[in-house]
Design a protein. Structure first.
Length: 297
Protein backbone atom coordinates (compact mmCIF):
# COMPACT_ATOMS: atom_id res chain seq x y z
CA UNK A 1 0.00 0.00 0.00
CA UNK A 2 1.34 3.42 -0.92
CA UNK A 3 2.03 5.80 2.00
CA UNK A 4 -0.44 8.68 2.40
CA UNK A 5 0.55 12.05 0.89
CA UNK A 6 2.03 14.70 3.18
CA UNK A 7 -0.52 16.72 5.18
CA UNK A 8 -0.69 19.69 2.79
CA UNK A 9 -1.19 17.55 -0.33
CA UNK A 10 -3.76 15.48 1.55
CA UNK A 11 -5.72 18.62 2.44
CA UNK A 12 -5.72 19.89 -1.15
CA UNK A 13 -6.92 16.56 -2.53
CA UNK A 14 -9.70 16.23 0.00
CA UNK A 15 -10.90 19.78 -0.58
CA UNK A 16 -11.50 19.21 -4.31
CA UNK A 17 -13.02 15.74 -4.07
CA UNK A 18 -15.28 16.29 -1.06
CA UNK A 19 -16.94 19.28 -2.75
CA UNK A 20 -17.78 17.04 -5.69
CA UNK A 21 -19.08 14.27 -3.43
CA UNK A 22 -21.53 16.72 -1.87
CA UNK A 23 -22.80 17.65 -5.33
CA UNK A 24 -23.34 14.05 -6.42
CA UNK A 25 -25.35 12.98 -3.41
CA UNK A 26 -24.79 9.34 -2.58
CA UNK A 27 -21.77 8.86 -4.80
CA UNK A 28 -18.89 7.10 -3.08
CA UNK A 29 -15.54 8.74 -3.62
CA UNK A 30 -11.97 8.67 -2.41
CA UNK A 31 -9.15 11.13 -3.02
CA UNK A 32 -6.33 9.44 -1.08
CA UNK A 33 -5.23 5.88 -0.35
CA UNK A 34 -8.63 4.95 1.13
CA UNK A 35 -10.63 2.61 -1.11
CA UNK A 36 -14.15 3.69 -2.16
CA UNK A 37 -16.82 2.83 0.38
CA UNK A 38 -19.89 1.76 -1.59
CA UNK A 39 -21.86 1.41 1.63
CA UNK A 40 -22.47 5.19 1.48
CA UNK A 41 -23.84 4.99 -2.07
CA UNK A 42 -27.27 3.66 -1.16
CA UNK A 43 -29.13 6.97 -1.66
CA UNK A 44 -28.82 9.81 -4.12
CA UNK A 45 -30.80 12.66 -5.63
CA UNK A 46 -32.48 9.99 -7.81
CA UNK A 47 -33.67 7.95 -4.82
CA UNK A 48 -32.60 4.62 -3.40
CA UNK A 49 -30.48 2.37 -5.57
CA UNK A 50 -32.09 -0.81 -6.84
CA UNK A 51 -30.60 -4.12 -5.62
CA UNK A 52 -29.07 -4.62 -9.09
CA UNK A 53 -27.48 -1.14 -9.04
CA UNK A 54 -26.13 -1.67 -5.53
CA UNK A 55 -24.66 -5.04 -6.58
CA UNK A 56 -23.07 -3.49 -9.65
CA UNK A 57 -21.74 -0.53 -7.66
CA UNK A 58 -20.05 -2.98 -5.29
CA UNK A 59 -18.60 -4.83 -8.29
CA UNK A 60 -17.14 -1.66 -9.84
CA UNK A 61 -15.56 -0.70 -6.50
CA UNK A 62 -14.03 -4.17 -6.18
CA UNK A 63 -12.44 -4.23 -9.65
CA UNK A 64 -11.06 -0.69 -9.25
CA UNK A 65 -9.42 -1.69 -5.96
CA UNK A 66 -7.18 -4.21 -7.78
CA UNK A 67 -3.52 -3.41 -6.95
CA UNK A 68 -2.31 -4.05 -10.54
CA UNK A 69 -1.44 -0.39 -11.30
CA UNK A 70 1.18 -0.38 -8.54
CA UNK A 71 2.77 -3.60 -9.84
CA UNK A 72 3.12 -2.18 -13.36
CA UNK A 73 3.93 1.38 -12.29
CA UNK A 74 5.71 1.25 -8.92
CA UNK A 75 6.15 5.04 -8.96
CA UNK A 76 2.47 5.76 -9.62
CA UNK A 77 0.91 8.54 -7.55
CA UNK A 78 -2.68 7.71 -6.70
CA UNK A 79 -4.76 10.83 -7.33
CA UNK A 80 -8.17 9.47 -6.32
CA UNK A 81 -11.23 7.47 -7.31
CA UNK A 82 -15.03 7.81 -7.56
CA UNK A 83 -17.82 5.24 -7.90
CA UNK A 84 -21.59 5.63 -8.33
CA UNK A 85 -24.72 4.61 -10.22
CA UNK A 86 -25.07 5.90 -13.79
CA UNK A 87 -28.41 7.57 -13.12
CA UNK A 88 -26.94 9.58 -10.25
CA UNK A 89 -25.44 11.94 -12.79
CA UNK A 90 -21.86 12.82 -13.74
CA UNK A 91 -18.98 11.99 -11.43
CA UNK A 92 -16.54 14.88 -11.42
CA UNK A 93 -13.45 15.61 -9.36
CA UNK A 94 -10.40 17.87 -9.57
CA UNK A 95 -7.02 16.61 -8.35
CA UNK A 96 -3.75 18.49 -7.83
CA UNK A 97 -0.55 16.82 -9.01
CA UNK A 98 3.17 17.44 -8.55
CA UNK A 99 3.95 15.87 -11.92
CA UNK A 100 5.38 17.93 -14.77
CA UNK A 101 3.60 18.91 -18.00
CA UNK A 102 4.04 16.17 -20.59
CA UNK A 103 3.91 13.39 -18.02
CA UNK A 104 0.85 11.14 -17.79
CA UNK A 105 -2.40 10.59 -16.01
CA UNK A 106 -3.69 7.02 -16.18
CA UNK A 107 -7.45 6.74 -15.69
CA UNK A 108 -8.90 3.24 -15.33
CA UNK A 109 -12.66 3.10 -15.99
CA UNK A 110 -15.11 0.32 -15.09
CA UNK A 111 -18.86 0.31 -15.75
CA UNK A 112 -21.77 -2.13 -15.90
CA UNK A 113 -25.37 -2.27 -17.09
CA UNK A 114 -24.71 -1.91 -20.82
CA UNK A 115 -24.62 1.32 -22.76
CA UNK A 116 -21.53 3.43 -22.36
CA UNK A 117 -19.93 6.22 -20.35
CA UNK A 118 -18.16 9.37 -21.51
CA UNK A 119 -14.76 9.92 -19.88
CA UNK A 120 -13.42 13.48 -20.04
CA UNK A 121 -10.03 14.64 -18.78
CA UNK A 122 -8.93 18.28 -18.72
CA UNK A 123 -5.40 19.29 -17.73
CA UNK A 124 -4.61 22.73 -19.06
CA UNK A 125 -4.72 21.76 -22.73
CA UNK A 126 -8.44 21.45 -23.42
CA UNK A 127 -10.69 18.56 -22.41
CA UNK A 128 -10.35 15.24 -24.18
CA UNK A 129 -13.40 12.93 -24.20
CA UNK A 130 -13.49 9.16 -24.84
CA UNK A 131 -16.56 6.93 -25.15
CA UNK A 132 -16.11 3.77 -23.06
CA UNK A 133 -18.44 0.76 -23.66
CA UNK A 134 -19.87 -0.89 -20.55
CA UNK A 135 -20.33 -4.57 -19.76
CA UNK A 136 -23.83 -5.92 -19.29
CA UNK A 137 -25.25 -7.31 -16.07
CA UNK A 138 -22.73 -8.13 -13.34
CA UNK A 139 -19.43 -8.05 -15.22
CA UNK A 140 -16.75 -5.37 -15.36
CA UNK A 141 -13.05 -4.90 -15.78
CA UNK A 142 -10.94 -1.73 -15.67
CA UNK A 143 -10.00 -0.23 -19.03
CA UNK A 144 -6.93 2.05 -18.84
CA UNK A 145 -6.62 5.34 -20.72
CA UNK A 146 -3.67 7.74 -20.77
CA UNK A 147 -3.68 11.53 -20.97
CA UNK A 148 -0.81 14.02 -21.11
CA UNK A 149 -0.62 16.54 -18.29
CA UNK A 150 -0.91 20.16 -19.37
CA UNK A 151 -0.36 21.67 -15.93
CA UNK A 152 -0.47 20.72 -12.26
CA UNK A 153 -4.21 20.07 -12.06
CA UNK A 154 -6.43 17.36 -13.52
CA UNK A 155 -10.22 17.56 -13.88
CA UNK A 156 -11.85 14.17 -14.52
CA UNK A 157 -15.50 13.59 -15.42
CA UNK A 158 -17.48 10.42 -16.04
CA UNK A 159 -21.02 10.55 -17.44
CA UNK A 160 -23.33 7.55 -17.83
CA UNK A 161 -25.10 7.07 -21.15
CA UNK A 162 -27.64 4.36 -21.98
CA UNK A 163 -28.99 1.75 -19.59
CA UNK A 164 -28.78 1.83 -15.82
CA UNK A 165 -25.82 0.37 -14.00
CA UNK A 166 -22.72 1.49 -12.13
CA UNK A 167 -19.61 3.38 -13.15
CA UNK A 168 -16.38 4.50 -11.61
CA UNK A 169 -12.77 5.49 -12.19
CA UNK A 170 -9.42 5.46 -10.43
CA UNK A 171 -6.71 7.93 -11.47
CA UNK A 172 -2.93 7.64 -11.11
CA UNK A 173 -0.22 10.14 -12.02
CA UNK A 174 2.79 8.60 -13.79
CA UNK A 175 6.26 10.20 -14.04
CA UNK A 176 6.59 9.15 -17.72
CA UNK A 177 5.04 10.28 -21.00
CA UNK A 178 1.94 8.59 -22.38
CA UNK A 179 3.83 6.51 -24.95
CA UNK A 180 6.12 4.94 -22.35
CA UNK A 181 3.16 4.38 -20.02
CA UNK A 182 1.18 2.49 -22.69
CA UNK A 183 4.23 0.42 -23.58
CA UNK A 184 4.71 -0.55 -19.93
CA UNK A 185 1.17 -1.93 -19.78
CA UNK A 186 1.65 -3.81 -23.06
CA UNK A 187 4.94 -5.30 -21.81
CA UNK A 188 3.21 -6.45 -18.63
CA UNK A 189 0.46 -8.04 -20.71
CA UNK A 190 3.09 -9.84 -22.80
CA UNK A 191 4.81 -11.06 -19.64
CA UNK A 192 1.56 -12.52 -18.27
CA UNK A 193 1.11 -14.40 -21.55
CA UNK A 194 4.34 -16.36 -21.17
CA UNK A 195 3.97 -19.96 -19.96
CA UNK A 196 4.76 -20.23 -16.28
CA UNK A 197 4.39 -24.00 -16.05
CA UNK A 198 7.29 -25.03 -18.28
CA UNK A 199 9.03 -28.17 -17.15
CA UNK A 200 12.28 -27.34 -15.46
CA UNK A 201 13.47 -24.36 -13.41
CA UNK A 202 13.15 -20.82 -14.64
CA UNK A 203 16.46 -19.13 -15.43
CA UNK A 204 15.15 -15.63 -15.97
CA UNK A 205 12.58 -13.31 -17.54
CA UNK A 206 12.78 -9.89 -19.14
CA UNK A 207 10.10 -7.45 -20.31
CA UNK A 208 9.98 -3.89 -21.50
CA UNK A 209 9.01 -1.26 -24.03
CA UNK A 210 9.98 -1.84 -27.65
CA UNK A 211 11.29 1.71 -27.69
CA UNK A 212 14.29 0.41 -25.81
CA UNK A 213 13.75 -3.35 -26.09
CA UNK A 214 13.61 -5.80 -23.19
CA UNK A 215 16.99 -6.03 -21.51
CA UNK A 216 19.37 -8.64 -22.87
CA UNK A 217 20.07 -11.60 -20.57
CA UNK A 218 23.36 -13.39 -19.98
CA UNK A 219 23.34 -16.38 -17.64
CA UNK A 220 25.80 -19.09 -16.70
CA UNK A 221 24.96 -22.60 -17.91
CA UNK A 222 26.54 -26.01 -18.27
CA UNK A 223 27.47 -27.31 -21.71
CA UNK A 224 24.85 -29.68 -23.10
CA UNK A 225 21.87 -28.27 -21.21
CA UNK A 226 18.53 -28.16 -23.03
CA UNK A 227 17.09 -24.63 -22.87
CA UNK A 228 13.63 -23.36 -23.86
CA UNK A 229 13.06 -19.69 -24.68
CA UNK A 230 9.45 -18.39 -24.84
CA UNK A 231 8.54 -14.93 -26.14
CA UNK A 232 5.46 -12.72 -26.45
CA UNK A 233 4.82 -9.35 -28.08
CA UNK A 234 1.86 -6.97 -27.80
CA UNK A 235 1.60 -4.07 -30.24
CA UNK A 236 2.43 -3.79 -33.94
CA UNK A 237 5.23 -5.15 -36.14
CA UNK A 238 7.60 -8.02 -35.34
CA UNK A 239 10.43 -8.88 -32.98
CA UNK A 240 13.28 -11.35 -33.38
CA UNK A 241 14.43 -13.27 -30.30
CA UNK A 242 17.92 -14.76 -30.50
CA UNK A 243 19.79 -17.10 -28.13
CA UNK A 244 23.51 -17.90 -28.40
CA UNK A 245 25.67 -20.32 -26.40
CA UNK A 246 29.13 -21.03 -27.75
CA UNK A 247 28.67 -22.16 -31.35
CA UNK A 248 25.00 -22.98 -30.77
CA UNK A 249 22.54 -20.40 -32.00
CA UNK A 250 18.73 -20.31 -32.37
CA UNK A 251 16.27 -17.54 -33.22
CA UNK A 252 12.61 -16.98 -33.98
CA UNK A 253 10.63 -14.05 -35.29
CA UNK A 254 7.39 -13.25 -33.41
CA UNK A 255 4.60 -11.14 -34.86
CA UNK A 256 3.14 -8.61 -32.43
CA UNK A 257 -0.62 -8.25 -32.06
CA UNK A 258 -2.85 -5.80 -30.24
CA UNK A 259 -5.73 -8.31 -30.07
CA UNK A 260 -4.18 -11.55 -28.84
CA UNK A 261 -0.51 -11.33 -27.85
CA UNK A 262 1.79 -12.84 -30.46
CA UNK A 263 3.77 -15.74 -28.99
CA UNK A 264 6.64 -17.95 -30.05
CA UNK A 265 9.44 -20.06 -28.68
CA UNK A 266 12.33 -22.36 -29.49
CA UNK A 267 14.78 -24.79 -27.91
CA UNK A 268 18.55 -24.73 -27.82
CA UNK A 269 21.20 -27.13 -26.52
CA UNK A 270 23.98 -25.08 -24.94
CA UNK A 271 27.49 -25.36 -26.35
CA UNK A 272 29.33 -23.12 -23.92
CA UNK A 273 29.43 -21.91 -20.33
CA UNK A 274 27.01 -19.05 -20.85
CA UNK A 275 23.75 -18.26 -22.67
CA UNK A 276 22.91 -14.86 -24.16
CA UNK A 277 19.38 -13.87 -25.18
CA UNK A 278 18.39 -10.59 -26.81
CA UNK A 279 15.52 -9.03 -28.76
CA UNK A 280 15.66 -6.91 -31.90
CA UNK A 281 12.62 -5.16 -33.35
CA UNK A 282 11.59 -4.80 -36.97
CA UNK A 283 11.03 -1.47 -38.70
CA UNK A 284 7.91 0.28 -37.44
CA UNK A 285 7.50 -2.06 -34.47
CA UNK A 286 6.01 -0.60 -31.28
CA UNK A 287 4.49 -1.85 -28.05
CA UNK A 288 5.87 -4.15 -25.37
CA UNK A 289 7.54 -7.55 -25.34
CA UNK A 290 8.75 -10.17 -22.89
CA UNK A 291 10.63 -13.45 -22.87
CA UNK A 292 11.39 -16.22 -20.38
CA UNK A 293 14.19 -18.80 -20.20
CA UNK A 294 13.72 -22.28 -18.72
CA UNK A 295 15.99 -25.29 -18.40
CA UNK A 296 14.24 -28.44 -19.53
CA UNK A 297 14.61 -31.62 -17.47
Amino acid sequence: MRPPPPPRARHLALTGAVAICMLTGGTACSSTGIEPDTGSAGYSRSGKLTPAEKRQTDLVSAVLADPDPDSVFPDADRLGSMVGAKREGPLRAAFPSDLKPGQSVKVAVACTGGGQVALSVDSGDGAKTIQVPCQRDDAAWPQPYFFALGDGHVLIGLTGQGTRGAMGFIAHGLPVDTGAARDALLANRALRTLPDQDKGPGLGTSSGSLRDGPGASEIGVRRGQRIKVSAACVGTGTIKVTAVSGRARAAERVRCSSIEPGTGGFRLTTAGSDLRVHVTRGDGTSGGAAYSIHREI
